[in-house]
Design a protein around this ligand. Structure first.
Ligand SMILES: CC(C)(COP(=O)(O)OP(=O)(O)OC[C@H]1O[C@@H](n2cnc3c(N)ncnc32)[C@H](O)[C@@H]1OP(=O)(O)O)[C@@H](O)C(=O)NCCC(=O)NCCS
Length: 322
């Protein structure tokens, strides 16, 4: 029996500002290991162009949320933010919410032909069979006090060749304009992007001019190992507060490329760029090609109290036709 049948009616509507507290109530503190981003993004999502945020209610109580961002020039809906109240999980609420959102998109946005989403769990085979696997990224998740990150950065600096005068050049921070030109270039799209997809945090976008506006909104820092034909392109999100600890900040670094030395060098450069903005307790995720995860992990063995937050895990980018 579905939750709707059991509880006498599940209704859906677009979320509003005043739903904020009720939405936070369905975000269990253990979700995403204490790194739930909903408090940081809810109001921004409501304002974001081309984003639909739907909630499910039972008798005026918010019991679920799902959102879709229309990207790729309006041809793809990226589903994000699925949440169901802990006491109602496993009873079909998420499925019903996704069906409602899909029907709404079909009806109001007939140009949308595909749904894309990222999953960090291990979906069963029958779920995977419904999708095309677009890309798979390995996640190195680490944590430390902000004060220890400076020591960690100094430790890594001493190990990387471009710091010790070997002749190789230092990574370069790109202007937004330069980053946009580069991310759409044939070289980056064909050789570096996983499955030909720009993944910013958990947000997968095709490398299309139409998606640049979405990336601009995210306030990303772009760093490459070299400006011409880079072997590694990286982007990082601005740090944001998460419920893990009263002073916890979370940030994400996505690195595209399979040459380990280049991946390590942009990883370090991203940490250096972020350092001045960091305080409190840090949990940071670095998303890389699975082939370089072990090498990056090896580089990150340290005596600066930076530890592994979670062992090896993966982000899957999945897509299906609407
Ligand atoms: C994941 C969650 C939303 C599932 O809610 P639920 O009402 O128990 O789910 P249902 O009973 O409707 O059935 C599961 C369906 O939800 C959807 N779902 C479950 N996990 C999902 C995920 N990580 N990403 C996208 N969809 C997911 C799928 O449609 C799934 O069907 P499938 O297993 O065939 O793929 C709920 O457990 C929750 O809120 N967890 C904490 C937050 C979270 O992990 N969100 C998912 C990532 S954004």
């Amino acid at each position: 029996m579905s939750a709707a049948e059991e509880a006498g009616g599940l209704v859906f509507r677009l979320a509003e500002q005043q739903d904020f507290q009720q939405v936070l109530n369905i975000c269990s503190s253990d979700a995403f290991e204490g790194l739930d981003y909903m408090a940081a993004t809810f109001h921004r999502w409501l304002q974001e162009p081309e984003r639909l945020v739907f909630i499910a209610l039972i008798e005026d109580r918010v019991v679920g949320l799902e959102s879709a961002l229309l990207v790729d020039g309006g041809h793809t809906a990226v589903f994000q933010g699925l949440r169901v109240a802990p006491d109602l999980r496993g009873r079909g609420v998420a499925g019903a919410l996704q069906t409602h959102l899909t029907d709404h998109i079909r009806q109001h946005y007939p140009q949308v032909s595909a749904v894309r989403l990222s999953r960090g769990d291990r979906p069963p085979k029958q779920t995977l069979d419904q999708y095309r696997l677009v890309a798979k990224e390995a996640i190195l998740s680490q944590c430390c006090e902000a004060a220890d990150l400076a020591l960690f950065v100094a430790e890594l600096r001493s190990r990387l060749p471009w710091r010790s005068g070997s002749g190789s050049s230092p990574p370069v921070t790109l202007s937004q304009r330069r980053a946009e030109a580069l991310i759409l270039s044939d070289h980056v799209v064909s050789n570096l992007l996983p499955g030909g997809t720009i993944i910013n945090d958990w947000e997968p976008l095709r490398p299309l001019e139409a998606n640049l506006e979405v990336l601009r909104r995210r306030g990303l820092t772009w760093i490459v190992d070299r400006e011409s034909e880079p072997a590694a392109v990286s982007l990082s999100t601005a740090p944001y507060a998460v419920p893990y600890r009263h002073d916890a900040l979370h940030f994400n670094i996505n690195i595209f490329g399979r040459r380990l030395a280049s991946v390590c060098s942009v990883f370090l450069a991203q940490l250096e760029a972020l350092l001045p903005r960091l305080r409190g307790y840090l949990i940071f995720y670095t998303y890389v090609d699975p082939a370089v995860w072990a090498g990056l992990r090896q580089l990150c063995h340290n005596s600066s109290n930076v530890s592994l937050f979670k062992d090896y895990w993966e982000e899957l980018v999945l897509e299906k036709d609407l």
